[in-house]
Design a protein around this ligand. Structure first.
Ligand SMILES: NC(=O)C1=CN([C@@H]2O[C@H](COP(=O)(O)OP(=O)(O)OC[C@H]3O[C@@H](n4cnc5c(N)ncnc54)[C@H](OP(=O)(O)O)[C@@H]3O)[C@@H](O)[C@H]2O)C=CC1
Ligand SMILES: CC(=O)N[C@@H](CCC(=O)OP(=O)(O)O)C(=O)O
Length: 314
């Protein structure tokens, strides 16, 4: 029997990307609402309760409201918003988080898709914490740049306005209270919140997420190859997460946001100083791919018992 899927917010930036990935998949039946009804509460209630899996691509408040509209105990939910990522009763939708997590997701009713920034951050940091290379109380910093589609329709409109983009590159999150910090802290397994220094660049999609480490100061003084080995082991066999060999990354002089492209892949680099006392961990991903729509479709596949990478851009 086909899995019935309803995307609430299906004509938003993330919703459209998910719809593209679900096209031409005969094992799925996509339920849709027309333009006149897509924000009508009763029409949404009907669609939400008719679906086997709903994917919420809504602002946080609308996502919370959508969950209250569901009374069919068989309807399962994947929420792309920030609303439920550290909420009780929800399973965090990052299958690669740690051994056994994919299995938890397969049986989950409520799945909170990760934020795009935490996806890169957790991919770099969680395996190092699990391997005991990064102490849980380590003062971690994470920085990076995102394409402007990360801010949804409103930010896209700002950057594509007739007068030109508002900026080439700007930092934000300057209050050090970005909404992604709680999920980064919790799912990395850190005792203290990382300092998070995000920026947005004048490019539509793609992001670089970077974690610098003073290896000399860390217990055991791990070397960059130790970190690389832990990451390689964590993602061995993955067709989504790719750890670039150190010999290859050592030949790079730049990692460019323009090169990320429209992809559901997540690529990890480890750069080490010649003296071996410092490292820069870098993740590249498409904020609309593994950072949003790719992750939602991967989770849908896991929930529905379908091949995990079906429909993904790999
Ligand atoms: N963009 C990204 O890279 C990422 C986004 N996310 C999250 O995914 C969610 C969606 O983001 P994004 O697609 O970027 O946002 P957009 O603003 O592009 O799209 C949101 C959509 O939701 C619709 N909407 C708003 N309120 C309601 C409602 N009450 N009922 C039905 N539809 C409603 C909007 O309608 P209208 O078209 O009329 O405005 C719009 O189409 C957000 O929570 C965002 O934080 C997560 C990871 C990455
Ligand atoms: C460039 C930009 O503004 N990006 C967004 C993150 C987008 C994302 O991950 O979405 P959630 O809102 O679902 O967490 C931000 O930093 O708020």
């Amino acid at each position: 029997m086909n899995t019935k899927v309803f995307i609430d917010g299906g004509v938003g930036t993330t919703g459209i990307e998910i719809g593209e990935r679900l096209a031409n998949r005969p094992e799925l039946e996509l339920l849709t609402l027309d333009e006149a009804n897509r924000k009508n509460t009763e029409a949404r209630r009907d669609a939400l309760n008719a679906a086997d899996v709903v994917i919420l691509c809504l602002p946080d408040d609308a996502a919370r409201e959508a969950v209250t509209l569901i009374d069919n105990p068989h309807t399962r939910v994947i929420d792309a918003s920030t609303a439920h990522r550290v909420a009780d009763g929800w399973t965090y939708g990052f299958p690669e988080l740690e051994p056994g997590h994919r299995e938890k997701l397969a049986g989950a009713r409520y799945v909170a898709n990760p934020g795009c920034w935490p996806t890169g951050f957790l991919a770099l940091v969680r395996p190092l914490v699990l391997a005991g290379l990064l102490p849980t109380d380590w003062p971690v910093t994470v920085s990076g740049a995102s394409g402007y589609s990360g801010g949804g329709k409103a930010m896209i409109a700002q950057f594509e306005a007739d007068g030109g983009a508002p900026t080439a590159f700007h930092s934000y999150g300057l209050s050090l209270t970005h909404k992604h910090i709680p999920e980064m802290t919790r799912y990395a397994g850190l005792a203290y919140a990382p300092i998070f220094a995000p920026a947005v660049a004048n490019v539509y999609r793609g992001m670089l997420v970077e974690v610098p480490l003073h290896l000399r100061a860390m217990p055991g003084q791990p070397r960059a190859p130790d970190l690389h080995a832990a990451l390689s082991a964590a993602y061995e066999g993955s067709s989504i997460v790719n750890v670039v060999p150190m010999a290859e990354s050592a030949s790079l002089s730049q990692v460019r946001i323009e090169n990320v492209g429209a992809t559901d892949r997540l690529t990890l680099f480890v750069f080490g100083s010649p003296a071996g006392d410092q490292a820069r961990l870098v993740a590249t991903l498409d904020n609309l791919g593994k950072g949003a729509a790719g992750a939602a479709v991967q989770n849908l596949n896991i929930l529905a018992g379908l091949p995990e990478t079906a429909g993904l851009r790999l």
